[in-house]
Ligand binder design. Structure first.
Ligand SMILES: *Cc1c(COP(=O)(O)O)cnc(C)c1O
Length: 362
């Protein structure tokens, strides 16, 4: 048996382990922020018909620019956020992870720097490693918020080619004020990427950075169908930006990266966006109730605009995590040492989580 390190693998990959949260079969899987509701039978039927139709053309390469899908995504964002967009401003790939990777390929690279505000999404350093981009993690403020002062100080110091802003942020759930994003856009010398993977879960009154696209050609807003849309298995993420950003990304994407089947599945699912919004409303209410319950029980809880809740503080979070798992509830150990993250599940799963946590921490 040879190990990876016996191979002439890149020096910076030696000894590293692949990204991945445990994929375990337990009663309540609340560890990767999926939508707990399976697609409706109506959606299943429409997706199946669309896939059958796409299959008839699988001897041909797919539309490499996914023109029809991008127009549908623009229309969806218009309905969701009230911001009018056209297909030329959209770009899609296999999950927003691939979109981000493409952005790093086009705008990062050797000699270039990206900054993120920690704790934040654990994949950002990996995209940077893959693209030979230097990554700088700047600590957030009290309560995991990000103030304009902290953001501007970091930009002044590091002069980043790319600023990565997750809003709502993972793992904390905290969203950004548009004033912060605006100040960053004014000060940053390069691209500003706002990762809105969880945007559909934001509370009333929390705006989307899509509102800032007009007049800001260096702003990119990324979204995904993996979370609110409940299509994590389909792998469809996208961005909205100036059409010039799309042109840049088209230089580095692999040929025919988005299969005809994926494009068909996404388009069929987008027809059902209203029905999915109803689930999102339920999950938001469950989230707010969970935050209140945790605070009522003496935990510290970050404000959440997402479909997960970040809570603490534990002297031995691993012991709590393990004891919950022993009771059939899988959550996530991520971010600062004393904190845990739980995804919002069905009302039954959330009740199971509360009961298990009460037992474990009594
Ligand atoms: C889940 C998540 C994504 C989305 O990933 P996909 O590749 O679209 O499944 C992007 N950003 C953050 C911060 C996430 O948590």
């Amino acid at each position: 048996m040879v190990s990876m390190d016996d191979l002439p693998v890149r020096d910076d990959l030696r000894g590293q382990v692949p990204y991945g949260a445990p994929q375990l079969e337990v009663a309540a899987r609340l560890n990767v922020n999926e939508n707990p509701f399976a697609p409706s039978e109506g959606l299943v039927a429409d997706v199946a018909a669309a896939v059958a139709d796409a299959t008839r053309g699988l001897n041909r390469y797919p539309d490499r620019d996914a023109v029809a899908l991008r127009a549908d995504l623009a229309a969806y964002l218009g309905r969701e956020s009230g911001v009018a967009l056209v297909g030329d401003q959209l770009w899609a790939a296999n999950g927003s992870n691939e979109v981000m990777h493409q952005l790093m390929l086009a705008f990062g690279g050797p000699g270039r720097t990206a900054i993120g505000f920690a704790p934040t999404y654990s994949m950002y350093p990996e995209y940077c490693r893959d693209t030979f981009t230097r990554y700088v993690a700047v600590p957030r403020d009290e309560g995991f918020r990000l103030s304009t002062a902290t953001a501007l100080e970091a930009i002044e110091l590091h002069q980043p080619d790319i600023v990565l802003l997750a809003s709502p942020n993972n793992p904390t759930g905290t969203a950004l004020d548009l004033d912060v994003v605006k100040a960053v856009l004014d000060a940053a010398p390069g691209m500003v990427v706002v990762d809105e993977a969880y945007a559909e879960f934001r509370r009333a009154g929390t705006p989307s950075s899509l509102e800032l696209l007009a007049g800001h050609p260096r702003l990119v807003v990324t979204r995904t169908m993996s979370k609110a849309f409940g299509l994590a298995g389909a792998r469809l993420g996208y961005l909205a930006a100036d059409p010039a950003v799309v042109t840049a990304v088209q230089l580095v994407r692999l040929p025919y990266h988005l299969s005809a089947v994926t494009q068909a599945v996404a388009r069929a699912a987008l027809v059902h966006s209203d029905e999915l919004q109803a689930q999102v409303a339920l999950l938001r209410d469950e989230r707010d109730a969970l935050v209140e319950w945790l605070r009522g029980n003496g935990f510290r809880v970050a404000d959440s605009d997402a479909n997960f809740v970040f809570f603490g503080e534990f002297d031995d979070r691993h012991a709590v995590w393990q004891s919950l798992l022993d009771r059939g509830v899988l959550i996530r150990e991520t971010g600062p040492e004393q904190w845990l993250r739980v995804s919002v599940g069905t009302p039954e799963e959330n009740a199971a989580f509360r009961a298990a946590l009460e037992e474990v921490t009594r």
